[in-house]
Design a protein around this ligand. Structure first.
Ligand code: T4K
Length: 374
């Protein structure tokens, strides 16, 4: 199989029609209002609340700062039980709040935090659970809610990958005490860079607004030592312009995922996460596969290299585990993490984005299939 002429990356941002975006820019030029809770920001925030059917939302300049502020606003301290199988920003948000991460294992079907391991890791210092809907797979919502309630812990979801996901007809943002969504360029829905908190307690809205704007309450009072985490008008315009395209984006991703499943299913040693229950409306934010080296005849890293030689830039999301990065190696990890270690060693995220052609998917599958025959 010949290499692609142009690189095929793991993702490619969706962009709204150019003219539509330029019309929006005109509004910004006319307003001369560029950031600090501008009119487009306010409108976009309302539209998101409607889209998600969640009353309380707050926008930020990126997901990492949104999560940091979320933790700070909820007053989380001490120890937080979390997953090592995520993007490193999940743990960084704890670190920046001087919270000790307690890493526990994931379950093997969807790679989300294993509730039984969470319960086993609770100590008198535990204040919260920080779970991740990794690849947009919903965590075990009921079990985590039950543990949080019984042990009086806050339940926080890193929903960076989960915009558009629904469970039983409810937005994934409706669960827990707080959810953070990332609107980074690489996400299913984006605002160039951006992030959002969704929360059931309306009293938190002011706190988050103070924290993202230096702590200002009005013009001459600062009520808390906040930071600068404001979404600007161009970010908000990008989000507002993409939001109406979400149904088409999700439908295109579903078609691509179906094609991958159909083509890859036949290759020995290529496995997928378990099928999600019919109650879940998925967003197909990533296309993860597991490579069983014995069955496939090639290690995951060799397949990664083979694809690269064909100009296909799959990614090893999420390898290494967060606890194995140099900056977290000093953190004591009591859980042996057998599932997380196995998955991190064999996972590969294949290209997935709305305008990836089915012909390209077929070629990626063909290259993969050739790998199994080498
Ligand atoms: N929690 C979780 C679970 C997360 O996954 C993330 C972010 C966060 C928290 C933090 O949210 P943010 O603060 O980012 O809002 C990327 C993203 O930068 C990061 O947002 C994302 N997770 C993570 C999973 O992936 P990299 O270092 O892999 O990105 P990069 O620059 O290598 O981009 C990946 C590919 O995307 C490129 O090879 C090409 C393509 N691309 C990228 C950009 C930026 C484009 O085609 N155009 C672009 O503009 O981290």
């Amino acid at each position: 199989m010949e290499a692609f002429g142009e690189p095929i990356h793991v993702t490619r941002p969706f962009l709204p029609p150019y003219d539509q975006f330029c019309d929006g820019l005109k509004e910004i030029w006319d307003n001369r209002w560029l950031t600090n809770n501008g009119p487009i920001h306010q409108r976009f925030e309302r539209r998101l609340a409607e889209y998600l059917r969640c009353a309380n939302v707050a926008l930020f300049n990126n997901g990492t700062l949104a999560l940091q502020i979320g933790l700070q606003g909820l007053g989380i301290s001490g120890e937080v039980i979390t997953t090592p199988f995520s993007f490193v920003a999940t743990t960084h948000a704890l670190y920046w709040n001087r919270i000790r991460p307690v890493f526990v294992d994931i379950e093997p079907d969807y790679y989300t935090i294993d509730p039984s391991r969470v319960e086993a890791a609770i100590t008198p210092w535990t204040t919260a659970i920080l779970a991740v809907h990794v690849y947009g797979h919903p965590c075990d919502l009921d079990s985590l809610a039950d543990i949080a309630r019984r042990h009086e812990l806050k339940l926080i979801y890193d929903a960076a990958h989960a915009f558009g996901v629904e469970v039983d007809g409810r937005s994934i943002g409706e669960f827990g005490d707080l959810s953070m969504f990332s609107f980074h360029a690489t996400k299913t829905f984006h605002t160039l860079e951006g992030g959002m908190l969704v929360f059931p307690d309306p009293a938190l809205k002011n706190t988050f607004e103070y924290l993202r704007n230096f702590g200002f309450q009005g013009e001459i009072e600062v009520v808390m030592p906040g930071t600068n985490a404001k979404m600007n008008e161009i970010q908000a315009l990008m989000g507002e312009s993409i939001l109406p395209h979400m149904p088409a984006i999700l439908a295109a991703r579903r078609t691509i995922a179906d094609r991958y499943w159909e083509r890859l299913r036949e290759i020995p040693g290529i496995h997928f996460p378990a099928q999600l229950p019919p109650t879940v409306e998925h967003n197909f934010s990533y296309m993860p596969i597991e490579v069983d080296a014995t069955e496939f005849g090639m290690e995951r890293d060799d397949l990664y290299g083979l694809l690269r030689r064909h100009n296909v830039f799959a990614r090893r999301y999420f390898y290494p585990l967060i606890c194995d990065y140099a900056c977290y190696r000093g953190v004591r990890v009591n859980d042996p993490l057998p599932v997380a270690r196995r998955v991190a060693g064999c996972i590969l995220a294949l290209p997935m984005y709305a305008d990836l052609s089915l012909e390209a998917v077929d070629r990626i599958c063909e290259i993969t299939s050739e790998g199994s025959r080498i």
